[in-house]
Design a protein around this ligand. Structure first.
Ligand code: PLP
Length: 371
């Protein structure tokens, strides 16, 4: 075989300021060089226990059912929805962005009767309108995205959780772009199923995704008349592996568990409040710099998501040209718009390790040259 067609892996070193993955913390990459353990090795099982404890700390929950599913954020979304939604169940999805539509689609595929409460992209829902929607069409399960990565909006959940519970429903919240960067506070808010991923605000590579179910959610799962069609993401089987039985279900992605462990440790070492403050401060630095360049932010200040900023592409500036040059000349990745926002906005992620003032300043300097 002619190996000249297959050179050694030698990728450019990028600064990842897009919607994910974020730049991985070098400490995490070093942890990933740790030699493998077997997935039932006592030393690995102990690591799983510690990961569960650190996940509870990070989610701010006491939920016994708290673990990391193998796969990316979508696997965790699918775990939440596929286990909670049984055929015939009524589901309300609050949708004002790209990712909520996926919750609705997965709920439909699992036989849910889905209604969608729609708002224009970039807006938030009030508890009153969710209540009105539930009074009109009651739902056993409500799905909502806390941190909408397609728009850069942070959806407040406290009041909505109260309304959903008052109607006897369960709340699924997508915290893929918030966990580890923005408060999620699962127990204080009252989220029944909350999931995230490793490669956004936790600063790890993609591949292991945190999820937690409240005791009420677990009750609903235990009362299912049939297990979910998704065998790999069956919560009951997952919990038998993560729980005291240690029943083989899948081979845990060992290296990703090392990464997640180190990522969660780093978050705990920094302290959640300090970490949230850092995300807010670097976002504020970015807002000021973008505005000083004459750019306008897409989302009003009150509902901005610190981990992901959306900014309007100025008239006369070509989206792709700027992003290509940012990458080739400055090694900086940012994201373009999704759906109707394609070509209209850029998405800048300041997540986890990527949330640092020097990266903000580099991006602003590069943008100044390019627009
Ligand atoms: C990134 C993202 C997902 C999907 O996660 P993957 O890791 O890409 O599978 C789901 N929801 C939101 C809000 C996201 O930002």
């Amino acid at each position: 075989m002619d190996l000249s067609q297959f050179p050694p892996l030698n990728t450019p070193t990028r600064i990842l300021l897009g919607p994910g993955p974020s730049t991985a913390d070098p400490r995490i990459l070093r942890a990933m060089a740790t030699p493998l353990l077997g997935h039932l090795d006592p030393a690995f099982l102990q690591l799983m226990d510690r990961i569960q404890d650190l996940l509870r700390f990070t989610f701010e929950t006491q939920n016994p059912f708290t673990l990391a599913v193998p796969g990316t954020g979508m696997a965790a979304m699918e775990t939440a929805v596929a286990n909670l939604v049984e055929p015939g169940d009524t589901v309300l999805v609050c949708s004002s962005g790209f990712f909520s539509l996926r919750i609705a689609e997965i709920a439909r595929r699992n036989g849910g009767q889905v209604s969608v409460l729609q708002r224009p992209w970039g807006e938030v829902f009030t508890a009153e309108e969710v209540q009105a929607a539930l009074e009109q069409t009651p739902a056993q399960i409500v799905g909502i995205v806390q941190a909408e990565t397609s728009t850069g909006v942070l959806q407040p959940l406290d009041e909505i959780a109260r309304v959903v519970h008052a109607q006897g429903g369960l709340l699924i919240a997508d915290a893929v772009t918030s966990l580890g960067g923005v408060p999620v506070r699962v127990d204080a808010v009252g989220i029944d199923a909350c999931y995230s991923c490793s490669q956004k605000c936790l600063g790890c590579p993609p591949g292991a995704s945190p999820i937690t179910f409240s005791p009420r959610a677990v009750e609903k799962i235990n009362a299912r008349s049939a297990p979910p069609p998704d065998w790999y993401l069956d919560a009951a089987l997952l919990s038998r592996y993560w729980g005291s039985e240690r029943a083989y279900h899948h081979t845990a992605p060992i290296t990703m568990m090392y990464a997640l462990y180190e990522g969660l440790r780093i978050a705990a070492e920094e302290g959640l409040e300090a970490r949230f403050a850092r995300h807010r401060q670097n976002a504020a630095l970015l807002y000021g710099g973008l505005e000083a360049l004459g750019l306008s932010l897409f989302v009003p200040a009150a509902i901005r998501l610190p981990s992901l900023t959306t900014v309007r592409i100025p008239a006369g500036v070509d989206d792709l040209t700027v992003r290509k040059r940012l990458l080739s000349e400055y090694n900086i990745e940012i994201g373009g718009g999704l759906g109707d926002l394609k070509g209209k906005i850029w998405r800048v992620g300041l997540m986890g390790f990527s949330s640092r003032p020097e990266y903000v300043v580099m991006l602003l300097g590069a943008l100044q040259k390019l627009i």
